[in-house]
Design a protein around this ligand. Structure first.
Ligand code: G16
Length: 546
């Protein structure tokens, strides 16, 4: 087997977004497109000669072909060993764990997360560093710079290897180990949560449903929830992973996880279960529901933090909490009550890595249905589900009671995100600029019955390495803690997605039972007025409301 050096020319559009490079499959299928990006990664991450790379993906269309290409490139570039998930499958949190457990140099994760899959849909790739977390901006900037002047890539001339059987194969000088995709991850979960208590809960008449949305979590959820914890067969819905995710959109929110939502709100023939959850394409997101009750991701983080001592893995205390800037401040109130530091970072899990490595935070969360802890360096869907089950097993109360009691104690942060997807990029930029143009005039004015205290473009200085990330969202901040935030998504693959985040704090317990859209109605109107969002985007309503 010989390594060949293939001449290539740069592609101009290989800038990693919030979480790696995400494009249509057809873009990735262009000659040299994937190869260029992978070589740019290998050229940007330092000396890995003889070291270990972890490789796996969410199983979407093109996963297997991409893995074969990357294996041959890893061999030609001098890796000593690649650990690849059986069938080419690794959920994102499982990949993060395997990188850490096996002290790998890094990992390549193939996923476009919750974006639909199939020949005409999306594919993605991202590089994670040796701590198991997404490469920080310094690394992704270097990768992007390299994609712009790349002239060749290295690849081994070899046959494809079998990914389906656990075992070892030699590829040139590199060893390929096909590993069980689930086992290590399941062991980690057993070390964090009280499986006996959860088993007893599930044996005692407590009912639940988990929607894997035909994506990567299916085998993980089946092994853990049904085979180990004893939940009845069928608890995991849509548990068989498919290359096209069953034609669905595996984004665990009230819009796209409607099958689960119908079950949880009693709209099917079965009685609504006590607990419901869903995960996304690559297994890092989660949505949590009670019987007829939705838990916002921001509240979920706060409630997990406030109840962390229910889970054995967290009984020694937690170090601190971090949330992305657009995530509601519910967790800040818990942190304050617990005497913990709370960090506000830009959107993107990569910003939590330094804080976790430095021991400053244990729990992290994002409004985009992401919750996790320092057990790995990615958000972790099933981890959040197990944490909730552990809390429910200890507190022996319903999801709705636990949440409303939390609001009674800490106040309620009414929260919603309105997404306008597939908007013309120039128009989306204008929406944000329209608000920026009022940065000096809005403060001091009253909007939605509240006083505007400040406006800014969110900027973050990493307290660990001092790096500064600017332009991370346009904020209109109110004196009472309410916020209106505009941001452009960094994960879409067609046009621009405008995200409008709305938050309003309510301390009065008598006003805690409103629908969030009603509670935020004045804020929504004000946000549209100051940004001219609907006029500029040509849309009269959001595509998705969460
Ligand atoms: C990714 C990132 C998250 C981010 C989310 C939404 O999640 O890992 O940190 O919150 O995208 O980002 P944006 O608002 O820029 O679209 P995932 O689950 O898509 O990998």
């Amino acid at each position: 087997m010989s390594a060949s050096v293939v001449a290539t020319r740069p592609f101009e559009d290989q800038k990693p977004g919030t979480s790696g490079l995400r494009k249509k499959v057809k873009v990735f299928q262009q000659a040299n497109y994937l190869e260029n990006f992978v070589q740019a990664v290998f050229d940007s991450i330092g000396d890995f000669a003889g070291q270990t790379l972890v490789l796996g993906g969410d199983g979407r269309f093109y996963n297997r072909q991409a893995i074969q290409i990357i294996l041959k490139m890893a061999a030609a570039n001098g890796f000593g060993r690649v650990l690849v998930g059986q069938g080419g499958i690794l959920s994102t949190p499982a990949a993060s764990h395997i990188i850490r457990k096996h002290k790998a140099f890094g990992g390549l994760i193939l996923s476009a997360s919750h974006n639909p899959a199939g020949p005409d849909e999306d594919f993605g790739i991202k590089y994670n560093i040796g701590n198991g977390g997404p490469a920080p901006e310094g690394v992704t900037d270097a990768i992007f710079a390299r994609t712009k002047d790349i002239g060749e890539y290295r690849i081994l001339a070899a046959d494809d290897i079998s990914l389906d059987d656990i075992g070892e194969t030699q590829l040139g000088d590199m060893r390929v180990e096909v590993v069980d995709a689930v086992a290590d991850y399941a062991d980690l979960m057993r070390s964090l949560f009280d499986f006996d208590a959860i088993r007893a809960l599930l044996a005692g008449g407590f009912t639940m449903a988990f929607d894997a949305m035909h994506a990567v979590t299916g085998p993980y959820a089946t092994a853990i929830l049904e085979d180990d914890l004893g939940a009845p067969k069928g608890t995991v819905m849509n548990g068989v992973s498919k290359e096209d995710f069953g034609g669905g959109h595996p984004d665990p929110n009230l819009t796209y996880a409607h099958e689960l939502v119908d079950v949880m709100y009693g709209k099917t023939s079965r009685p609504a279960p006590d607990f419901g959850a869903a995960s996304d394409g690559d297994g890092d997101r989660n949505m949590v529901l009670g019987n007829g009750f939705f838990v916002t991701p921001s509240d979920s983080l706060a409630i997990i933090a406030a109840n962390a001592d229910c889970a054995p893995g967290y009984q020694g205390g937690i170090a601190g909490i971090a949330r992305s800037m657009p995530t509601s401040a519910a967790a800040d109130r818990v942190a304050e009550a617990m005497g913990l530091e709370c960090f506000e970072t830009p959107t993107g899990w990569k910003f939590f890595g330094n804080l976790m490595d430095a021991g400053k935070v244990t729990l992290c969360g994002e409004e985009s249905f992401g919750t996790g802890s320092s057990h790995v360096r990615e958000k972790d869907g099933l981890w959040a589900v197990l944490f909730w089950l552990n809390i429910l097993a200890v507190r022996k109360d319903s999801v709705a009671n636990i949440v409303t009691e939390h609001w009674r104690k800490f106040g309620r942060n009414y929260y919603s995100r309105h997404d306008y997807e597939g908007v013309d990029s120039a128009a989306a930029g204008q929406v944000l600029q329209t608000v920026r143009d009022q940065f000096t005039t809005l403060p001091g004015q009253r909007l939605a019955g509240r006083l505007v205290s400040a406006c800014d473009d969110f900027s973050y200085a990493d307290p660990v390495d001092g790096s500064v990330s600017s332009n991370q969202g346009v904020r209109v901040l109110f004196e009472d803690g309410s916020r209106i935030i505009f941001r452009l998504s960094g994960t879409g693959t067609s046009g621009a997605t405008i995200r409008l985040y709305l938050e309003s704090y309510e301390a009065d317990v008598c006003k805690h039972d409103m629908d969030a859209q009603d509670a935020l109605a004045e804020m929504i109107t004000a946000a549209n007025e100051i940004s001219k969002l609907q006029a500029l985007s040509g849309r009269d309503r959001p595509t998705v409301i969460t």
